[in-house]
Write a new protein. Structure first.
Length: 120
């Protein structure tokens, strides 16, 4: 039976709950192969890679999650943790600040984008 991206995420969540980090990671990666724009899978990959002490890879996955959902508080909080584990304290603090801004109801403007519209 072919599984869709959400089913792979659900499977990964089950493996994660059992502490099977490598299996969980494989499931989440299969979800992104089927649906490259799947925020939940990229966010989960970031979390699992942090748990596996693979912070540099976690940062890459987290950046993808933020690209897909640039105003998601949890994505920035997770990235703050990933940067911290990678000993990038300045970046960790910046991500933590963005998570707080969003938690207060603010928006974070993606880097390279000016407020007020496209290309301004």
């Amino acid at each position: 039976m072919m599984m869709n991206a959400q089913e792979w995420i659900d499977e990964g969540n089950g493996e994660l709950a059992l502490g099977e980090l490598d299996k969980a990671l494989e499931c989440y990666q299969k979800a992104t192969e089927l649906e490259p724009e799947c925020f939940d899978a990229w966010q989960a990959i970031c979390v699992v890679l942090i748990k596996l002490n693979r912070a540099a890879e976690a940062i890459e996955a987290g950046q993808r999650a933020i690209e897909l959902r640039p105003n998601d508080q949890m994505a920035y909080a997770t990235m703050s943790l990933a940067y911290g584990r990678n000993h990038q304290i300045k970046e960790a603090e910046a991500m933590g600040a963005k998570a707080r801004i969003i938690s207060w109801g603010g928006k974070v403007v993606p880097e390279g984008k000016a407020p007020g519209g496209e290309g301004t």
